[in-house]
Design a binder for this molecule. Structure first.
Ligand SMILES: O=P(O)(O)OC[C@H]1O[C@H](O[C@H]2O[C@H](CO)[C@@H](O)[C@H](O)[C@H]2O)[C@H](O)[C@@H](O)[C@@H]1O
Length: 248
């Protein structure tokens, strides 16, 4: 494994755009998707930062935009969002762009639900995919991966393993989402800084680096395309507070 990485400098310049993953980066992981909570402090801090960098703060998540709306409440309207692993995007300036829902997605979702019910897994339905969570039942990992792989194969969907979960979903990745968002008028001419924890965030780290910016790995050191590292969600909150303070 490569040597450990330094923490990111605690400031944002007017030529930076900030991209933030959600689960494991802005909020600690919980037993199931509904167990996480966005504190008023976090939402207000992001809101204040977004006001300092209009159009240049984005949340890039595997969650759907509908889920992020439910978690952030009305403040979600102030942020640029890339949801469903980049398959859908929304910004105050450009509105909501989302793919067509193919008919086979509903069938695949029903099949995922049936696997969850038969095997005591937590089922998560999303706008453009469906997930099986085995955090409560880790022994079910091989079964969940096998069943989801078969469903993805049958319906031509993308198989997406995550932390103690696996989902089937429409194509797209966080790197593509960052590249697309960087084309927006507010972000053109800036460089992306992307914070994320999961292996799905590696596409985002690589895209950020290719566009002249950097990735920030959140969590233990691993083989990564990120340039910086912070140990946990609390350190991300602290970094956001400092970046906000230094922006004033
Ligand atoms: O890209 P992210 O914003 O990090 O979203 C990735 C997935 O996060 C959620 O699952 C993870 O968090 C859950 C709540 O803490 C946890 O129970 C689960 O084990 C984690 O994998 C979310 O439920 C998924 O839809 C996202 O794809």
């Amino acid at each position: 494994m490569s040597a450990d990485l330094p923490p990111p400098p605690p400031r944002l310049s007017p030529t930076d755009s900030l991209f933030l993953d959600f689960d494991g980066t802005l909020v600690d992981l919980a037993d199931n998707p509904e167990g996480v909570h966005v504190s008023t402090e976090l939402a207000d801090r992001l809101d204040a930062l977004a006001a300092h960098m209009p159009g240049r703060l984005a949340i890039v998540s595997g969650r759907s935009i509908a889920q992020l709306d439910a978690l952030f409440g009305p403040q979600a309207e102030h942020f640029t969002l890339a949801g469903s692993h980049g398959a859908e995007r929304r910004s105050p300036e450009d509105g909501h762009s989302q793919p067509e829902k193919p008919e086979h997605l509903a069938t695949a979702t029903d099949e995922m639900r049936a696997v969850a019910q038969e095997n005591d897994l937590y089922f998560e339905t999303k706008s453009f995919g469906a997930g099986l969570h085995y955090r409560r039942n880790p022994d079910a990992e091989p079964l969940a991966l096998r069943e989801a792989a078969a469903i993805a194969e049958r319906h031509g969907l993308t198989l997406q393993p995550g932390k103690m979960m696996v989902e089937v979903r429409l194509p797209g990745d966080k790197g593509q989402a960052i590249e697309a968002l960087m084309e927006s008028p507010a972000m053109q001419g800036t460089v992306p800084i992307f914070f994320g924890d999961d292996v799905t965030d590696e596409d985002g780290f690589a895209a950020a680096a290719a566009l002249g910016g950097a990735g920030v790995l959140v969590g233990p050191m691993r083989q990564t395309a990120a340039r910086y590292r912070l140990p946990d969600v609390a350190a991300v909150h602290e970094w956001l507070a400092q970046a906000l303070e230094n922006a004033e």
